[in-house]
Design a protein around this ligand. Structure first.
Ligand SMILES: Cc1ncc(COP(=O)(O)O)c(C=O)c1O
Length: 420
């Protein structure tokens, strides 16, 4: 379908609030300049549906998809629904394997090592359910992992009899050496798995992934890295990090369709992992032949993930990482200057990435988030409760420096005046 047709369809079907911008009339992105400036990043932003006045900084939770991804999902969905015969749908399997090829190249690994899952949660659980673990075995987890990792390991330990030990996460980030030491101390001859996050979704702490994988590998221990908050912003080279398992979601920083994810696993891990779901329609190569037979999938969404990777490749992975980090650093610098704001995120870019979390003095976090959204059109996430409470801002390539300034200045105003 041509962009113009899609634009007409959207115009007919959507309310102004639902479809605020006609991204399908926007020309494709121009090549990234050597030194991408704000003008270039505004053209990136133009590829997204969000209206110009809305600044959503919640990439750690869910990212929007740019026009080429939306278009690919719709085009392929329409194709299937116009002719759902096996004969017509055959090509979707090829599309799925093309996404696998793109994901593999993007992560610098092979298509044989890629399983396309529904999300990070599913990928993490395929690992915790699929390894042979028993009484006497031990799994080392990191306290700041997502529940799809930690709660899953703990729950399954009751069934399979292995024990779980937890590495605590001090705040602020104590530096890579702290984690190297802490994980080294925690590993025993009984340890079978080390499960940690590349960047934590809570406050954006980055762990020394490559070093931790090396330490585990030397001891014959499997590593599971939850990359949900790294995949799509970091220029990742899994062939250098060498994890056994690495997981992520397309619908976060890669800006892909919802409910598509990835499980990377190397050859050793493939030999050790039993499939948890056994059904029809596997992938064509390597681990996907056994681990991806999950029944009917949303192939247009999986193909859309491939489009998201092409979109990222078009901009350049180094440029994306540099931009995301620059946005986060600008937030950190601005917020740090505001009286009463306490940053939970470490300002050193070797310890943090693109997630910035802070306590806004004594302001009520829910009220502040509501005010930011309603008055200032800034979307954020809240952390309520006792554990590093506050506001989380996680900007990405569709945000501009002007939006960062707006967020900082709005927080400064509420810190002075309060929120009602
Ligand atoms: C670090 C981390 N792991 C896993 C998940 C779960 O991701 P999904 O909901 O895509 O399965 C999240 C979601 O926020 C996350 O931040």
């Amino acid at each position: 379908m041509r962009r113009r047709d899609f634009a007409r369809l959207i115009a007919l079907g959507g309310s102004a609030a639902l479809v605020p911008r006609n991204v399908f009339a926007v020309p494709p992105l121009a090549p990234t300049p050597q030194q991408p400036d704000e003008r270039f990043w505004r053209t990136v932003r133009d590829q997204f549906l969000m209206p110009p006045d809305l600044a959503v900084m919640n990439a750690a939770n869910l990212c929007p998809s740019p026009a080429p991804v939306l278009e690919a999902v719709y085009r392929n969905t329409k194709d299937i629904d116009a002719d759902p015969s096996f004969d017509n749908r055959q090509k979707m399997a090829a599309g799925k394997d093309e996404t696998r090829r793109l994901v593999a190249a993007w992560l610098r690994v092979t298509p044989e090592e890629i399983v396309l899952t529904r999300n990070t949660s599913e990928a993490n659980n395929l690992v915790s359910s699929g390894l042979d673990l028993k009484s006497g075995d031990e799994v080392v987890i990191f306290s700041d992992n997502h529940p799809s990792n930690n709660e899953a390991w703990k729950t399954k330990s009751k069934r399979f009899g292995y024990s779980v030990s937890v590495i605590e996460q001090p705040n602020p980030h104590p530096g890579a050496d702290f984690y190297v030491e802490a994980f080294t101390r925690a590993m025993t001859p009984r340890t079978r798995v080390l499960a940690f996050s590349h960047q934590t979704s809570t406050v954006g702490d980055v762990l020394p992934a490559r070093e931790l994988c090396r330490l585990a590998r030397e001891r014959g221990i499997f590593t599971l890295i939850d990359g949900a908050s790294a995949l799509g912003f970091m220029d990742l080279d899994l062939s250098a990090i060498q994890p056994d398992f690495y997981t992520g979601s397309a619908h976060k920083w890669p800006c892909g369709p919802k409910e598509v994810g990835v499980l990377y696993l190397n050859e050793r891990a493939q030999r050790a992992l039993h499939p948890s779901i056994i059904s029809a329609y596997p992938g064509a190569v390597g681990s996907s032949r056994t681990l991806e037979a999950m029944g009917q999938r949303d192939e247009p969404a999986i193909i859309g993930f491939g489009e998201a990777i092409k979109f990222q490749n078009g901009i350049g992975l180094k440029a994306i990482e540099a931009r995301s980090r620059a946005l986060a650093q600008a937030l950190i610098t601005g917020l740090d200057r505001i009286d009463g704001v306490h940053l939970w995120t470490h300002p050193d870019p070797s310890r943090s990435g693109t997630i910035v979390t802070f306590r806004p003095g004594n302001l009520d976090v829910r009220k502040l988030a509501a005010a930011l959204y309603q008055n200032d059109r800034i979307g954020c996430a809240t952390r309520t409760g006792q554990d590093r409470p506050g506001i989380r801002l996680s900007p990405h390539i569709y945000n501009t420096m002007a939006e960062i300034d707006r967020a900082v200045s709005a927080v400064a105003t509420y810190m002075r005046q309060g929120v009602s």
